[in-house]
Ligand binder design. Structure first.
Ligand SMILES: NC(=O)c1ccc[n+]([C@@H]2O[C@H](COP(=O)([O-])OP(=O)(O)OC[C@H]3O[C@@H](n4cnc5c(N)ncnc54)[C@H](OP(=O)(O)O)[C@@H]3O)[C@@H](O)[C@H]2O)c1
Length: 513
């Protein structure tokens, strides 16, 4: 029987699809407007949306930072940052929507002037209301900035500026559990949770969104997605680049705070969560938080057994010599900050009991790749003698997030010839081949969703809280003894050898992407 003949209720699509893809009018106020993120990511993403006709007619950006730009100087500064600005006419048209207001976050006078400028720009561009504030400043400014917005009365609708109020907050959200909770306290004192959009740009990537589609829009995979069929899962986010001039930030953060607390934990919850009852923001986020609550907490005294940290020493990347982390700009020559981390986590629930999840991430590794590799259990009975010819192959399903965005399944096939030889082969799907386009930049999708009021792809407060709680024993151990669990690895390799032992002692090994 085809799908048409089935019980229609089984096929019901539960989706709170936005009524229209083009958001209502709004004014986006970006704090940190002279900074790197605004120039390299936010404005190019907005320009991309403009070119796709996904921005409302009544729309403007008001940039705020201390640099004394005029509107025109701000537009020129941004044009240089956008690789897509080849089309001069469309850029010029788009740029009419960009405005600038100099001001220091610490100066109450500046906030008052900002309120007046917001009203003037809104009037100029015919924007009846709806403000979105984007905190693209250093994390230490998030709380004072949000307090200022509240004190200036900009966080609530007024007669002359009605409509919605939202705030987008860049990562990292907190430095540890206590600071994340304190920041949450300040934010929730000004904006209710449903107006808060915490950015984790990984969630804006099409391939990350595709994890849920792959799992829940296809009938064939979900029955296998559990402890009965899966041996273990590896989540890798590897970078070839080093700290790229952000040494001062990295010295404070380290890779566990910078990558694991947000990106890797988000990938983990996407791959391991239960099916949500709908794609409504809170239904999806309820399942994610439930999953994170099921991760077995690691006791401080056991951290060394389940986690290896590393720091890159001098080495070679793509044939070129590169310096070690300690020789990078703004990094202490005695630094004990990790640029690599690998950890083994388990999830205490019926689906995943006993299945290890190995997470690793690092800088200056042997390749640039983000992937989730699911290794299936071997066949229960070895019919083919591997000593005769070839090797029996483990089935891997790999969800590739970057750079080759797609999915592949590795399995064994018989090679041509009279004897039974098994060789690994692959089924492959890539975005580019299947759809003829590369997937969209993550920031564009997230900005659009924030304008539409769809928070599905933004981590909720409770998820952020639980992710910091899980890391608390790790951070506390390293605070007491900063060199603990830290090993050095030459740049251009896959990290410290000690990380191999996390898997090796259990008869497993890292996949070489
Ligand atoms: N860059 C990235 O690729 C990236 C990626 C992920 C997350 N993030 C996060 O995004 C945020 C911004 O990063 P970024 O790389 O753009 O940083 P950045 O280049 O250092 O920019 C910081 C911005 O803050 C402004 N600023 C500093 N002090 C200020 C003050 N007292 N009052 C008003 N404005 C002030 C600076 O402008 P003036 O000096 O002109 O005031 C500048 O516009 C950070 O939280 C970062 O963690 C960035």
């Amino acid at each position: 029987m085809g799908d048409e003949g089935k019980n229609p209720s089984a096929l019901t699509v539960r989706r709170q699809a936005p009524a229209s893809v083009v958001p209502p009018p709004c004014l986006l106020v970006i704090f940190g407007a002279s900074g790197d993120l605004t120039k390299r990511k936010l404005v190019p993403a907005l320009y991309g949306l403009y070119r796709e006709k996904l921005l409302p007619e009544a729309f403007a950006v008001l940039g705020v930072s201390r640099t004394p730009f005029s509107d025109d100087a701000f537009r020129d500064h941004l044009r240089d940052g956008s690789p897509e600005t080849v089309d001069r006419a469309s850029w010029d048209d788009f740029a009419e929507r960009l405005f600038y207001q100099p001001g220091d976050i610490g100066d109450p006078q500046a906030t008052r002037a900002l309120g007046e400028r917001i009203r003037a720009v809104a009037k100029d561009r015919g924007i009846p209301g709806n403000l979105i504030f984007y905190a693209s400043v250093a994390p230490k400014f998030y709380a004072p900035l949000i307090r200022r917005i509240g004190e200036a009365g900009l966080s609530v609708p007024s007669e002359d500026l009605p409509g919605t109020r939202r705030v987008i907050i860049e990562k990292p959200f907190g430095h540890d559990l206590a600071s994340a909770r304190e920041l949450s306290r300040v934010v929730s004192g000004v904006f209710p949770e449903d107006q808060v959009y915490r950015i984790d740009h990984y969630l804006g990537k099409e391939t990350v969104q595709n994890i849920l589609v792959f799992r829940f829009a296809n009938g064939i995979f979900e029955p296998l997605w559990n402890r009965n069929f899966i041996d273990h899962v590896q989540i890798t986010v590897a970078e070839e680049i080093g700290v790229e001039g952000r040494g001062d930030y990295f010295e404070e953060a380290g890779v566990v705070r910078d990558m694991i607390q947000n990106h890797l934990f988000q990938l983990l919850s996407n791959v391991a969560m239960e099916p949500p009852i709908s794609l409504a923001a809170d239904d999806v986020r309820d399942e994610k938080v439930k999953l994170m609550r099921s991760v077995e907490p690691v006791k401080e005294e056991n951290v060394g057994e389940v986690c290896v940290r590393g720091q890159y020493a001098a080495g070679n990347v793509r044939g070129g010599a590169v310096p070690g982390y300690r020789a990078e700009k703004s990094v202490s020559p005695q630094s004990l900050v990790e640029t690599y981390a690998a950890m083994r986590l388990t999830i205490d629930n019926w689906r995943w009991g006993g299945v290890p999840f190995y997470l690793r991430t690092g800088k200056r590794l042997a390749g640039r790749v983000s992937e989730i590799a699911i290794k299936f259990r071997p066949a229960p009975f070895l019919l083919f003698d591997s000593s005769v010819c070839g090797q029996l192959v483990s089935n891997y399903l790999v969800l590739n997030i970057q750079p080759q965005e797609g999915i592949f399944l590795k399995f064994g096939a018989k090679t041509p010839g009279p004897s039974i030889c098994v060789e690994p082969v692959e089924f492959q799907f890539t975005y580019e081949q299947a759809f003829g386009v590369k997937s969209r930049p993550a920031y564009g999708r997230l900005l659009l969703d924030a304008m539409l009021g769809d928070a599905t792809l933004f981590p909720r407060n409770d998820t952020v809280d639980i992710s910091w709680s899980l890391l608390e024993p790790f951070l506390s151990r390293w605070k007491e003894n900063p060199g603990r669990d830290l090993f050095f690895y030459p740049a251009g390799t896959w990290g410290p050898r000690e990380a191999d032992n996390l898997l090796f002692r259990e008869g497993r090994q890292w996949r070489e992407p």
